[in-house]
Design a protein. Sequence first.
Length: 327
Amino acid sequence: MSSLSIPPERGQQVLADLAARFDRISVPFKTVNSTPIEAAIFVPKSLTSVTETQKLPVLVHFHGGGLLMGGNPEPFFLPDWVRDLAYTTPALFISPAYRLIPESRAVDALDDVGDFWTWLHAHLPATISAHWPHLTADLGHIAAVGESAGGYLAMQSALLFSRTAKLRAAIAQYPGLYPDLTGFADRPKTADPKFDALVAEYVKNTAPGAIRVSSPWPEKVELFGAVMSNGLLAQVYGEDKEGRLTLGYALARAEEVPPPVWVIQGDDDHLVSKAWTDEVVERIRKEKPRATIKYTVQPGDHGFDGLSRLDDDWVKEGVDFVKGYWL
């Protein structure tokens, strides 16, 4: 299923599934200009409905949306198999928000991710025990997962934030959104001046200091379409004097043996090019030769795995790989 052909009922179906299988709380992990930035915490009801003491691994999910739209989590983008993985493991399933562009810079989203990991290690156990005294967060068994921009943030957690996040494994779905990838900032020959004008008008009308942390689909989809169609994402990322958004910066600061990563890519993805994700995998393998990377390429466009389930052969193979390190 492509994320661009999402049936309108998809969001409600996913939210209903989450409500049926998980209890949810939301807690702020930081505040910026009086705006709380929250993490949604989902706990399988199979665990909250009993009193047996249990220590649970942690699965952190970063939502997609080009760093420009989406919520935490964004139900339209959250694949079925990821929810199934959190429920059946069972694991604490946590989805943090982050500041969205172009109101904020993409480096601000990175700051939020780094601060989230610091908060998680300092405060998650007490947060869980305050609500469910019989449950304990196992901070020795943390994995991250995300789709598209969320895949980029999951990969950044494994590389740039490896010492802060302390992951055992990561899953990065179509994560090739690093601005230093070959051709990433190229302007397509089919660029439409109307889209340039739409983006410029939006940026011009953004109030200084404005912060936006959630735009559930289909909010901002017109802006997102204009940015992606005209190759403007690197520009809309905003100022990044140190190059913190780049793969080169992340690799220079990653541990020599980063956590194992399962990378997933559709071979016909017209939003996040397979060539970009190929380059991410190749550069990690070249610059971190001791890294463990499993790269799965499947037929399909952006968001092809939205309706995939845990018993799909390719998903089962990848999940087994991840669980071998995570659990």
